[in-house]
Design a protein around this ligand. Structure first.
Ligand code: GLU
Length: 269
């Protein structure tokens, strides 16, 4: 009787253990529990990267061709090429400034390459690679606007920004009197500016150049008033993949590939 009971306990234990390990491997990218994103990517046979679809020059989905293109996209392709020797072994998923960290945490994506500034706050939630691009926050206005720089943002000036971006907090710090209106993404914010719903749009100069490029009746004004160093965000604690990505950044910088990608997309700066 006793041995029968012991067997039953042993059986239940085995069942619990196998159920628990099944839960672990059900993680979509394998990044969350195992924190070994690189092995999970290799096993899956493709790299999954979160990129912007609304940011001309960095990550932009061309409505006519349906193609997603930009500086960040080419960096993602180069990373897929390093891992697999084939830049096509890459799946792009759309993220916004608001959704990107949660998508990484959920295991929906292996990395975020999406105009993302390295900040101490964000470092609590994700690992960052070394800096791969340097931007700074600025202002976009309609040509002829009275606003010529950050000092012209006065009480009641309507400034448009995007949820989840560093730009929102920065503008509140630098121009506390401004009325800040927040949008879901950059396409919506720019549409609102064009519709006269605000006096200025604020985000990184690199992103604003992309908007001015799409509609030359808009222009950047003043000097950048923050530093926005971009990093590739990776699963928190996955130091192995972080080192791999840092080696990758150094390799493309040393080989000249980085400069090629940069000059393809970035004209100003
Ligand atoms: N680089 C800034 C940030 O990470 C603004 C651009 C963006 O919203 O992605 O928040």
């Amino acid at each position: 009787m006793k041995t029968k009971k012991n067997w039953l306990i042993a059986l239940i234990l085995v069942l619990i253990i196998s159920m628990l390990s099944a839960c672990g491997s059900s993680d979509k990218t394998g990044g969350k529990e195992s924190k070994d994103t690189l092995s999970a990517i290799k096993k899956r046979g493709k790299l999954v990267v979160g990129v912007k679809y609304d940011t001309n020059l960095f990550g932009y989905k061309d409505p006519s061709s349906g193609k997603v293109e930009g500086f960040d996209i080419d960096i993602a392709k180069a990373l897929a090429k390093k891992i697999f020797g084939d830049e096509k072994k890459l799946e792009l998923k759309e993220v916004t400034s608001k959704t990107r960290v949660q998508m990484l945490k959920n295991g929906d994506i292996d990395a975020i390459i999406a105009t993302m500034t390295i900040t101490p706050e964000r470092k609590k939630e994700v690992n960052f690679s070394d800096v791969y691009f340097k931007a700074g926050q600025s202002l976009l206005v309609k040509k002829g606007s009275k606003i010529k720089g950050i000092d012209d943002i006065k009480k009641g000036t309507k400034v448009l920004a995007v949820k989840g971006s560093t730009s929102v907090q920065n503008i509140k710090d630098k121009a506390p009197e401004a009325q800040v209106l927040e949008f879901e993404n950059y396409a919506e914010a720019f549409t609102a500016l064009k519709a006269g719903k605000g006096d200025a749009l604020t985000t990184d100069n690199s992103i604003l150049y992309g908007m001015a490029d799409q509609d030359p009746s808009y222009t950047l004004v003043g000097e950048p008033f923050t530093d926005e160093p971009y990093g590739i965000a990776l699963n928190k604690g996955d130091d192995k993949f972080t080192k791999y990505v840092n080696d990758f950044i150094k390799e493309i910088q040393d080989s000249g590939e980085y400069d090629k990608i940069k000059s393809k997309w970035i004209k100003e700066q």
